[in-house]
Design a protein around this ligand. Structure first.
Ligand code: FMN
Length: 388
């Protein structure tokens, strides 16, 4: 059992020697400082969402209308935050959501490697995106002993899709996370007003450019004709998937298959019937469709529909208490998105690890104070809507 809450004493003890934390522990300060570090174009891409960003904002604010009730006279002097997932035991229920711009978030533009090293240090698994500045094999190695997941944007070209999947399997990834909601890009005014879409500028393309199947589609290698390689990326990106494709996915890999983007209970049931090994309840952080409902408000019904199949969750997690609420509503594992990119922007692997550790420290101390020694206790205590 890890004492995540111990970070608090470390911070106060350092303060006695006049040493202040290098990075903030709260999201508002983190976000402000990271936006300064990232600059306007990157900030648009990372912080921006779809339409007027109502869905994106409500993902985070909706956590405020969920509340937990503390229990007293319980010995919660030690807490166990560990979970079982895909045959592994993890010390904590957090994971790093796939972010297809990690690569550019650090000053050296090797942000995927930095995220992987943060995973190695914290034990929080990293879900590596298809869109990366370093090939998935190198990223997996940098995760050290912490198991990792690979997120697939399924290409239209089946041979290329199979190549990505087999590369991920051979590299030792523990699960294949298939993103369902992004066969095209949602309407993102911040990026549109700046006329900036990083992929079309040749960013985060390394998994494509290092792939033998992708390279075989090109007349000249990407190093010689970047524009043609990017045009080929645009041509092959974004297969529209239907339930029938699950048979194919199951036939091409032994990795557990996680379906990302499930928000409706009927879709969760269908996913289970089609053999999904986990459901990933997410609305892509409000980046893909506006006019939606905060995912935290949908989670309970998804968990019920999924039955024994584990449910992963993201969209709007900004703090340890958000994470505990998602666990109380039945998530097996909770994905951190924007906060860890901001950590990368401020301090690379160290910054991302700090952000994850801060979220875990707050979650752990909340469980201590609320009398929840285990995640089963969190789940039994539940969370309640306070606005009805
Ligand atoms: C800049 C950025 C890039 C993202 N790239 C991907 C990606 O490559 N693949 C994917 O499945 N989801 C991607 N997502 C969505 C995240 O995995 C996650 O669903 C989202 O960040 C959750 O919302 P939150 O960060 O507001 O909590 C991205 C999100 C952001 C902010």
């Amino acid at each position: 059992m890890r004492n995540f809450g111990g970070m608090q004493n470390e911070i106060y003890n350092a303060g006695l020697k006049g040493v202040l934390p290098r990075y903030p522990v709260d999201f508002a300060t983190l976000e402000k400082r990271a936006h300064e570090a990232l600059g306007p174009m990157m900030t648009n891409y990372v912080a921006g969402g779809c339409g007027d960003e109502h869905t994106q904002d409500t993902n985070a604010s909706a956590f405020h209308h969920w509340g937990m009730v503390p229990r007293m006279m319980v010995d919660a002097s030690e807490r166990d935050l560990s979970i079982e997932l895909f045959g592994h035991t993890f010390d904590s229920p957090l994971f790093m959501a796939p972010i297809g711009l990690n690569g550019d978030a650090t000053q050296d533009r090797r942000g995927d490697m930095a995220a992987a090293r943060a995973s190695a240090v914290t034990g929080v698994p990293f879900c590596a995106s298809t869109l990366a500045n370093d090939p998935l094999e190198d990223v997996k190695k940098a995760c050290g002993d912490t198991p990792a997941f690979f997120q697939l944007y399924t290409p239209r070209n089946r041979e290329l899709a199979e190549s990505f999947i087999s590369r991920a399997e051979n590299a030792g990834y523990s699960a294949l996370v298939v993103t369902l909601d992004t066969w095209l890009t949602g309407w993102r005014p911040r990026d549109l007003n700046a006329s900036n879409f990083p992929q079309l500028r040749g960013r985060v393309m390394e998994n494509y450019f290092s792939d033998p199947v992708f390279r075989s589609l090109l007349e000249k290698p990407p190093e010689e004709d970047l524009a043609a390689a990017v045009a080929m990326f645009a041509q092959v990106f974004g297969q529209v998937l239907t339930w029938e494709d699950m048979t194919w996915f199951k036939s091409v890999t032994d990795m557990p298959i996680v379906l990302k983007g499930i928000c409706h209970p009927d879709d969760a049931r269908k996913a289970v019937d089609c053999g999904a090994d986990a459901i990933y309840c997410s609305n892509h952080g409000g980046r893909q469709a506006n006019g939606g409902i905060a995912t935290i408000d949908l989670l309970e019904d998804i968990v019920k529909a999924a039955g024994d199949v584990p449910v992963l969750f993201d969209s709007g997690i900004r703090s340890g208490s958000d994470a505990v609420k998602a666990l109380a509503l039945g998530a097996r594992a909770v994905g951190v998105g924007r906060p860890y990119i901001y950590g990368l922007a401020l301090g690379g692997d160290e910054g991302a690890a700090w952000v994850l550790q801060s979220i875990l420290a707050e979650a752990d101390l909340l469980m201590a104070v609320n009398g929840y020694p285990t995640l089963n206790d969190v789940r039994a205590a539940g969370a309640y809507r306070t606005d009805r």
